[in-house]
Design a protein around this ligand. Structure first.
Ligand code: ZN
Length: 277
């Protein structure tokens, strides 16, 4: 946010999963009415819908479709599962193209039955396999490092340095990284690695929320900005110092917030964005 204009929400994007009880039509109407300009769409929100028409509906509400969440989950001990993952990533690329967004976020995956090194090799192979499809569709792939507590089954890519290494190996304008404060706030190398991906034009996306103490659920107990200990403003300043001019995406999975009236909760999201990001 421009500190001289604390009411500016022109860079605010909200992930559909943040207001999970709403379907995508309700989310679009409510975000738009509140002045939100960006939406990131989770694939489950597209179920049983014409994806092209849904993309048009979002644009008609004045929303930029920042990305589709998510692809990835490449590693598996069994080759059949790895092939299914490739198929699913190709479907995600096609869905992103139909929706009219130019980015997919990759939660890269891991399989606890094999070493992290093996999982990382399969992630690299998986991205290499689908990259031509992504380029043809005009869809960028954003590697999102996940907090190490997810290294068993969700991602063998756990630091921004690892994600930067991997993105740089591809040396493609279609492969970059997503910086999510929930996963990366603890990393002493974070400032340096944000600068690195910015300089290499690999900083594709920026996700925010907060880390609650105690965290009662590994997945679904994220806080709104200001609820916890993540220095969101400081990390955002590092991101924007690289020249990053994209959306700031609020991505909150929360069993508690999902129980609230979502219209009231949306107001809290916007206030938290204004005051704490
Ligand atoms: Zn994220």
């Amino acid at each position: 946010m421009n500190p001289s204009n604390p009411t500016d929400i022109s860079k605010l994007c909200i992930h559909t999963i943040t207001t999970n009880p709403w379907n995508i039509e309700e989310a679009a109407q409510n975000y738009s009415a509140a002045g939100v300009k960006g939406i990131t769409v989770w694939r489950d929100a597209l179920q049983a819908r014409n994806i092209q028409q849904t993309g048009q509906m979002l644009r008609d509400q004045g929303l930029s479709i920042v990305s589709l969440c998510r692809g990835g989950f490449f590693p598996a001990k069994d080759i059949d599962k790895r092939r299914l993952a490739i198929d699913d990533n190709r479907r995600a690329i096609e869905e992103a193209h139909q929706l009219g967004t130019s980015m997919i976020v990759l939660v890269c995956g891991a399989d606890p039955r094999q070493s992290l090194e093996d999982s990382r090799k399969q992630i690299r192979d998986g991205i290499a396999t689908v990259l031509a499809d992504a380029v043809a569709a005009g869809v960028k792939l954003a590697i999102e490092p996940l907090h190490p507590m997810y290294a068993d089954a969700r991602s063998a890519i756990n630091t921004l340095a690892q994600a930067n290494d991997l993105a740089e190996e591809f040396n493609s304008p279609f492969v970059g990284v997503a910086v999510d404060v929930y996963h990366l706030w603890w990393d002493p190398a974070l400032k340096k690695e944000i600068k690195r991906c910015g300089q290499n034009e690999n900083l594709f996306a920026f996700h925010i929320c907060d880390w609650r103490t105690p965290t009662t659920d590994f997945l679904n107990d994220r806080g709104l900005m200001g609820d916890g200990c993540i220095p969101v403003k400081q990390i955002r300043s590092w991101v924007e110092a690289t020249g990053f001019n994209g959306f700031v995406e609020v991505e909150v999975f929360s069993n508690n917030y999902w129980k609230e009236n979502q219209a009231d909760y949306l107001k809290k999201v916007i206030n938290a964005y204004k005051e704490h990001s």
